[in-house]
Design a protein around this ligand. Structure first.
Ligand code: AMP
Length: 192
């Protein structure tokens, strides 16, 4: 994996472990020679990842919509691309990266995570989607994901799309060994 799209919160939680985690992830990715594609802002976990990755000599590409340049404090220190809207931003994340790495975050992070998962199901990309479940932050989400599968809303072929680990090294190893899944577009409609 040459570059990962990193999705995480634009907020700074009161608990300092979250920002520390983002800094650790940024420097680890840089040390492993993995570039970061991200939302291009300076705030919260997003800014912390970008800052630590650049400090460690890593490649950092930011993609930010024009309307958010002020609100998310555009990071002109990285290789920044200003795009016209959110759709262009997310298309760029997918085009420029070899996978999606998701850290703790809020609604925007959820939007990005589920788009990566649903687009994998549909066959718009075949890249790995990894959740760094630090501090058990995503326990509830992973439980709900299992529930969707048990009820029958997630097909067996797609139940492995989300990879989740609490340790970054283990997660990166699994993501690098990712085997493409069978997307809905390649399935027989009778079996759907
Ligand atoms: P958050 O997790 O809410 O702090 O957002 C993290 C990043 O996701 C920010 O850069 C947001 O601009 C971005 N984002 C992407 N899609 C959305 C969306 N539908 N709603 C809100 N934020 C979004």
């Amino acid at each position: 994996m040459k570059r990962l799209a990193v999705y995480c919160g634009s907020a700074t939680p009161a608990d300092p472990r979250y920002i520390d985690l983002a800094r650790e992830v940024g420097s680890t990715l840089a040390r492993q020679g993995i570039g970061v594609v991200y939302g291009g802002g300076k705030l919260g976990l997003m800014g912390a990842i970008a800052g630590s990755a650049m400090l460690a000599g890593g490649e950092v590409i930011g993609v930010i919509p024009e309307a958010l340049v002020k609100g998310e404090v555009a990071n002109y220190d990285c290789e920044l691309t200003i795009v016209s809207d959110m759709h262009e931003r997310k298309a760029a994340f997918t085009r420029l990266s070899d996978g999606f790495l998701v850290l703790p975050g809020g609604v925007g992070t959820m939007d990005e995570l589920w788009e990566a998962v649903s687009w994998a199901q549909l066959g718009y990309h075949n890249k790995p989607v990894g959740i760094l479940n630090a501090f058990g932050f995503y326990d509830g989400l992973l439980e709900f994901n299992r529930h969707m599968a048990e009820v029958g809303f997630v097909r067996p072929a797609h139940q492995g799309i989300i990879m989740a680990e609490s340790e970054l090294d283990l997660l990166l190893t699994r993501m690098a060994a990712h085997e493409p899944i069978t997307p809905i577009t390649s399935m027989n409609p009778d079996s759907l």
